[in-house]
Design a protein around this ligand. Structure first.
Ligand code: AMP
Length: 214
């Protein structure tokens, strides 16, 4: 099963991708997580990516495409994969298609989570992340057991730089400008599935599974 999660930042792509990856036994590949891990490790890629991420801009295609195309060639992707946060531009989608074409494969489903901008701004302002293990919470909808502390590893939670209000507005602008055109791109390919991302997370999951199969 080869899946792509599409949707604005904060639409719930990451949370759904984790559950679906478990359900289908396929790796969850998040380009945002890959960049954050690189930033934490202080790699060259991390340093370059951080400059763009902190401003709400996209990391340039040439830093993203090869990374994903290499990743999906790993043996754990034999049964498929779920891409979360990639592609985010038409050239990225084209380079993914070209790479899959070479091995006679295609994407099975593109899962588009629809959430309005107002809801996104509200959601992201309340999001808290663990800088240690990457787990995410929400101060209203998904509270950790102890306020400000990660359930998983006990580290203090933070508001990520890229979740700060000004950055969120910039990210939404970038989404509408550069990523939303992918909706039509995949509609034309005939593999786009649209979902209401404002339902409760487990209802979104159930609806997705009902639509794309057990
Ligand atoms: P995410 O966690 O998916 O919301 O990604 C966080 C940030 O990483 C984005 O706002 C971008 O700056 C960068 N990023 C992640 N994936 C991509 C991508 N496919 N292309 C360009 N930039 C990306």
């Amino acid at each position: 099963m080869k899946l792509i999660m599409l949707g604005a930042p904060g639409a719930g792509k990451g949370s759904q991708a984790k559950v679906l990856a478990d359900k289908y036994g396929i790796p969850h590949i998040s380009t945002g997580d890959i960049f954050r891990a690189n930033i934490k490790e202080g790699t060259e890629l991390g340093k370059k990516a951080k400059e763009y991420m902190d401003q709400g801009h996209l990391v340039p295609d040439e830093l993203v495409c090869d990374l994903v195309v290499d990743r999906i060639k790993h043996s754990d992707c034999e049964k498929g994969f779920i891409l979360d946060g990639f592609p985010r531009t038409i050239p990225q989608a084209e380079s993914l298609d070209a790479a899959l074409d070479q091995i006679n494969e295609t994407i099975d489903h593109v899962i588009d989570l629809e959430v309005s901008d107002n809801v996104i701004v509200e959601r992201m302002g309340g999001r808290r992340a663990c800088p240690e293990c990457g787990a995410t919470y929400h101060i209203v909808n998904m509270k950790p057991a102890k306020e400000g502390v990660c359930d998983r590893c006990g580290h203090g939670l933070v508001l990520r730089d890229d979740d700060k209000p000004q950055t969120v507005l910039k990210r939404l602008e970038v989404y509408h400008d550069q990523t939303a055109p992918l909706i039509d791109y995949y509609k034309k390919q005939g593999n786009l599935e649209e979902f209401d991302g404002t339902m409760k997370p487990d209802e979104v999951t159930k609806t997705i599974i009902a639509r794309i199969g057990e």
